[in-house]
Design a protein. Structure first.
Length: 410
C-alpha cells in the first residue's frame, strides 16, 4: 500500500468519527492560529519601533548639553549650556564620517493666529537640520542659510500645529504671533508621527536659529552661541560607534577637558537605541510564540490519545489486514498518515484562524500586526512535525500487533 492509498484510507477512517476527529484537531487549530497571531503582533510591534526610530532620522547621533553640579547636587542633563554652534561646525568640518551637523535650541511657547492659539514646541534650527533629520517640506520652502544669517522672522509648521491653528485653511503666507512677535509661515513639514518615547514630532514650529534666540528663547549671557542640541547625521555605510568615538574626542578637546574629567555633554547614538528596542521586541515575539506553541503540544497529546484509542478499536481490522498480506510497515504507514492528516488539516484551518485573528486584533485593538510567510510556514511545518512525533508511537504499536491475537480480539 503506497502513501496515497494510506491517505485515502486515513481520510475515510477520520470521516467515520467526524466529531471526534474535529475535537482532536482543535488543539492543533488553536495552536497554529495562536502562533501566527502572536508572531504577527510581535512582528508588528517590532516594525513600528523601527519606523519610530527611523522617523527621528537615519544614522543619527545627538549631542546634548551636559549637567552642572551645585553644592554637591547634580542638576541633570541640559542644566548647563556646554555645547555651541561652533562645536557643530567643527564636527561637520573635522569628522570625515559626518554628513551634516545641525545645532538647535528648543522651548515651549503659546502661538496665536487670528482667534486661534496653541501651545507647541518652538525650535530654532539651521538649514542643515532638515538633512540631518531627513525631514522634508510638503508645502512652501525650508529655512535657508540666508534666513539663519539674517535672523529672518519666518516659520515652518508641523502637521499637528497646522491642524490646531488653521484647521482647513492654507497656512502659507499667513502671519502667526509668538510672544506677540509676528512670523511669516513659509512652509509645512512632512508628517513624522510619534517618536519611540511617545512624543508627537509634528507638534512643532521651526524658526531660524538666530531669530529664535534673539526674539523668543533668549540668549545665554555666558555663551551667546550656546545651543541645547546638535543633531549629527553620519554618512551611510560608516561605523556609527567609531563616529561616536571621534565626535566625543573632538568635543573633549574643544572643551579642554582633562583625562580624569567627565564629559560635559551627552551623546546619544540612535542606532544603538534602535538595536536595543528591536532586541526587546524580538524577545517579546519569541515569548509570545513559545506560549502559543504550548497549544500545539497539547494538540499533539490529544492526537496520540485518540490514535491509541483508534488502534484499540480497530485491532480486529489490523489483524485481518495482516492476515491477507499486509506487512507491519504498511500498518505503520497507515496509522502514521492518519495522524499526520489530522495535523495537516488542523494546520490549514489554524492558518486561516491565525490570519483572521491577526486582522481582528489589528482592527479592534488598533494594534499593528505583520504576518510573515515564514511564520505561516513554521507553524504549518510544526503542526506536521507534531503529527509525526505524537502519531509514531500509536502507529508503531499497531504495526507490532500479533495477527492471531488481533483476530481473536473482541
Amino acid at each position: 500500500m503506497n502513501v496515497w492509498q494510506s491517505a485515502r484510507v486515513a481520510i475515510r477512517a477520520l470521516r467515520v468519527n467526524k466529531l471526534r476527529s474535529a475535537l482532536t484537531m482543535l488543539g492543533i487549530i488553536i495552536g497554529v492560529g495562536a502562533v501566527i497571531a502572536m508572531v504577527a503582533v510581535g512582528s508588528g510591534a517590532q516594525a513600528r519601533v523601527a519606523e519610530q526610530i527611523q522617523s527621528l532620522g537615519s544614522n543619527l547621533i545627538v549631542v546634548l548639553s551636559g549637567s552642572v553640579t551645585s553644592s554637591g547636587i547634580r542638576l541633570g542633563q541640559g542644566s548647563r549650556p556646554t555645547i555651541s554652534e561652533d562645536d557643530a561646525w567643527a564636527i561637520q568640518r573635522e569628522v570625515q564620517t559626518v554628513q551634516a551637523a545641525a545645532p538647535s535650541v528648543r522651548g515651549t511657547e503659546q502661538v496665536v493666529y487670528g482667534n486661534s492659539n496653541w501651545a507647541t514646541v518652538v525650535q530654532g534650527v539651521t538649514a542643515e537640520y532638515f538633512e540631518a533629520r531627513d525631514w522634508s517640506v510638503v508645502a512652501g520652502r525650508p529655512i535657508g542659510g540666508e534666513d539663519v544669517e539674517g535672523a529672518t522672522k519666518v516659520a515652518l509648521l508641523g502637521q499637528t500645529t497646522v491642524e490646531n491653528l488653521f484647521a482647513d485653511a492654507d497656512p502659507l503666507g499667513q502671519i502667526i504671533r509668538i510672544r506677540n512677535i509676528p512670523f511669516l509661515v513659509i512652509g509645512v513639514l512632512e508628517r513624522k508621527g510619534q517618536s519611540s518615547w511617545g512624543q508627537d514630532q509634528d507638534d512643532v514650529i521651526l524658526l531660524p536659529l538666530g531669530a529664535a534666540k534673539k526674539n523668543i528663547l533668549g540668549v545665554t549671557k555666558a555663551n551667546p552661541r550656546a545651543v541645547s542640541t546638535i543633531s549629527i547625521k553620519i554618512r551611510p555605510g560608516e561605523d556609527m560607534a567609531e563616529a561616536e568615538v571621534q565626535i566625543r574626542a573632538l568635543l573633549r578637546q574643544r572643551h579642554k577637558l582633562k583625562l580624569d574629567q567627565e564629559d560635559d555633554f551627552w551623546l546619544r547614538n540612535l542606532a544603538e537605541v534602535l538595536q536595543t528596542q528591536e532586541e526587546s521586541s524580538r524577545v517579546m515575539t519569541y515569548l509570545l510564540a513559545a506560549i502559543a506553541s504550548v497549544s500545539l503540544l497539547v494538540g499533539g497529546i490529544g492526537i496520540m490519545n485518540i490514535m491509541l484509542v483508534s488502534v484499540t478499536e480497530r485491532t480486529r481490522e489490523i489483524g485481518l489486514r495482516m492476515a491477507v498480506g499486509a506487512r507491519g510497515r504498511d500498518i505503520l504507514v497507515q496509522f502514521l498518515v492518519e495522524a499526520i492528516t489530522l495535523s495537516l488539516i488542523g494546520g490549514v484551518i489554524g492558518i486561516a484562524l491565525g490570519l483572521g485573528g491577526s486582522r481582528a486584533i489589528s482592527y479592534i485593538a488598533e494594534w499593528r500586526t505583520l504576518v510573515a510567510p515564514e511564520a505561516i510556514a513554521l507553524a504549518f511545518g510544526f503542526s506536521a512535525a507534531v503529527g509525526v512525533f505524537f502519531g509514531f508511537y500509536p502507529a508503531r504499536k499497531a504495526a507490532r500487533l500479533d495477527p492471531i491475537e488481533a483476530l481473536r480480539y473482541e
